[in-house]
Write a protein that binds this ligand. Structure first.
Ligand code: DHE
Length: 543
């Protein structure tokens, strides 16, 4: 299948990792040390996302030296220069790499891949700082803001998270965090936000403080995307977990101090061909409400791990074989089923968290991307969970009510057509009848700068388009509209208007009932906002 520009752009997001040693490989063309260092950096930024750090292949083909040396420099140069219909971008002709860089990369991949450093308990302990001990933290909020309606907003390229009061829309603090924070999750009590940077740095932010600030931090790896808190009754705020892309592992920590307790490697066999994979990255993690467990997606092997945190010295892990390329996902409205995308396999895996088993693998069209998905009652088909997609305009509704609607339980109940492909996130709220669908990676500017909204009670009527970027009233820039997020009351939807680092960005707040502009948060300090996480909705799985 021909990969869309959106798919490529999404996978090509840069990574921050470097530091591997030069490996001179017999049979490979010569390179200077400088060239090797440069090539290594370009590889991490442009290639590792698809081909893997160790080049064993992920969504892109393997680039091991037996293969690359056989192809030879000229062949590889042409491929890097012109790309391929299978999805390899045309790095040369697009102007992203110079002719010298293309030549350098063609030589580089004929050498053994430099292995990035490991990151184990000593490194984690060295990076671990408790700024305010739990016993020295306030017992009550030291301000009058509603902690439940606070938002953590990623200011991606500023390396910050803005803590925003949802009622007044006032930014309470710009917290310095890891680089390009990917997600923030609220702890079960609602007192903390836990954020994770792309560079593996976690910050624990205490919302009770007069100015919400970091009370503990740790670096759990060199590349990471996911963090979560224990949700099971009796374990509120007790345990935190984070997953890394490199090294491939997850870490169980103290929920109040982030002290690392247990590191578990995810290296292992793939579920389909049962071959060893050296770098299976940890994707989405959610906390089970049914057992003292975290549910951990291991991307390349396709295994979903149910990690029981009640006894870390005798760790019990249930391994569910799903499908490779597990990515993001969320709960159904009952909190029993976790629905998650095996994105390059065009499947949604459904885990029954109560019975600890795979309930279904649902086929969907090209690259589902739910974020956490959206739960609502389809007037015809009953309770459903929905996802949009990167590779096409489909919004796929999957039945989630085996008792009341057994016919469509964990099957596709209905497909809506949205504005187009390049969608990343979709959202609704139990108090709303709106279903919001973004399309930030659609190549058409009109589409990437607006959102579609469906009326859940009249799904056949199609969607209305709201010009969110226009409403933000900014200067030039890509101004991609990304990730709808509701406030606690469910009567406002917040959108990020994501531009370049040197351009103006904004957060646009829409009145959910009237679908009219309510408020714009902008200014010099609102740099490249992406994910927004409402405290109450995030910890109670309201979406
Ligand atoms: Fe994300 C969720 C990984 C690109 C914004 N992203 C996730 C999750 C994973 C992930 C594993 C689920 C975490 C969880 O639930 O525990 N994202 C990746 C990538 O590997 C990828 C493709 C490329 C990369 O190198 O990072 C990628 N993501 C992006 C973006 O380009 C986005 C739009 C901006 C950015 O920060 O880079 C982006 N990802 C987000 C957001 C969420 C997310 C906002 C959480 C959505 C939610 O509502 O929960």
């Amino acid at each position: 299948a021909e990969a869309t520009a959106a798919e490529m752009q999404y996978k090509g997001a840069p990574t921050a990792m470097k530091g591997g040693k030069q490996v001179v490989t017999p049979g490979a063309p010569p390179m200077t040390e400088d060239e090797f260092a440069q090539a290594q950096e370009i590889y991490f930024q442009r290639c590792a996302g698809c081909h893997g750090v160790l080049r064993k292949g992920a969504t892109g083909l393997p680039l091991t030296t037996d293969i690359t040396q056989e192809k030879g420099t000229e062949y590889l140069k042409a491929l890097i220069n012109y790309g391929s219909p299978a999805g390899m971008p045309n790095w040369g002709t697009s102007g992203e790499l110079t002719a010298e860089e293309v030549d350098m990369m063609a030589r580089f991949i004929q050498h053994e891949p430099p292995v990035p450093p490991e990151w184990g308990m000593p490194e984690m302990k060295d990076s671990w700082v408790v700024h305010v001990a739990p016993e020295d933290r306030p017992q009550q909020p030291q301000h009058d803001y509603d902690v439940d309606n606070m938002f953590a907003v990623t200011l991606r390229d500023a390396g910050q998270v803005a803590i925003i009061d949802g009622d007044s829309k006032k930014v309470l603090n710009y917290v310095e965090t890891g680089y390009a924070v990917h997600i923030s999750r609220a702890s079960s009590s609602g007192r903390y936000f836990t954020t994770i940077g792309r560079d593996g740095k976690i910050d624990l932010i205490d919302l009770y403080m007069e100015v919400p600030s970091v009370v503990a931090e740790i670096k759990i790896g060199l590349e990471a995307r996911s963090v979560e808190n224990s949700r099971f009754k009796g374990y509120e705020d007790k345990i935190a977990i984070a997953g890394a892309y490199w090294p491939p592992h997850y870490v169980l920590m103290d929920g109040q101090t982030l002290e690392p307790h247990k590191i578990v490697s995810t290296r292992g066999m793939t579920v389909d061909t049962q071959e060893y994979h050296p770098e299976p990255r940890v994707a989405a993690i959610v906390g089970s409400h049914k057992h003292p467990e975290f549910i951990v997606n291991v991307k390349e092997t396709g295994q979903i791990k149910l990690v029981d945190y009640s006894d870390m010295d005798n760790l019990q892990v249930t391994t569910i074989d799903a499908a490779p390329f597990l990515h993001d996902g969320g709960w159904d409205s009952s909190g029993r089923y976790f629905l998650t995308a095996a994105n390059e396999n065009d499947k949604i895996a459904v885990v029954d968290a109560l019975e600890r088993e795979l309930e279904a693998l649902v086929d969907v069209e090209r690259i589902p991307h739910p974020g956490r998905g959206a739960n609502f009652v389809d007037p015809e088909h009953g309770p459903v969970w929905a996802t949009s997609a990167l590779g096409n305009a489909n919004i796929t509704l999957i039945g989630t009510d085996p008792e009341g609607h057994p016919d469509n339980a964990f099957k596709v109940a209905r497909i809506l057509e949205g504005q187009g492909g390049g969608s990343l996130f979709i959202k609704t709220h139990p108090k709303s009848s709106n279903l919001w669908v973004d399309t930030p990676l659609n190549p058409d500017e009109e589409v990437s700068q607006s959102v579609a909204v469906f009326d859940i009670n009249n799904l056949d009527a199609g969607y209305e388009v709201l010009p969110i970027a226009k409403w933000a009233d900014l200067g030039s820039g890509p101004k991609r509209i990304v990730q709808p997020e509701y406030n606690k009351a469910g009567d406002e939807v917040w959108f990020s208007v994501w531009s370049g680092m040197e351009e103006q960005s904004a957060i646009v707040i829409v009145d959910d009932k009237t679908r009219k502009l309510k408020h714009v948060i902008k200014g010099e300090k609102i740099v490249t906002p992406t994910g927004k996480f409402n405290n109450y909705n995030t910890r109670n799985e309201v979406y």
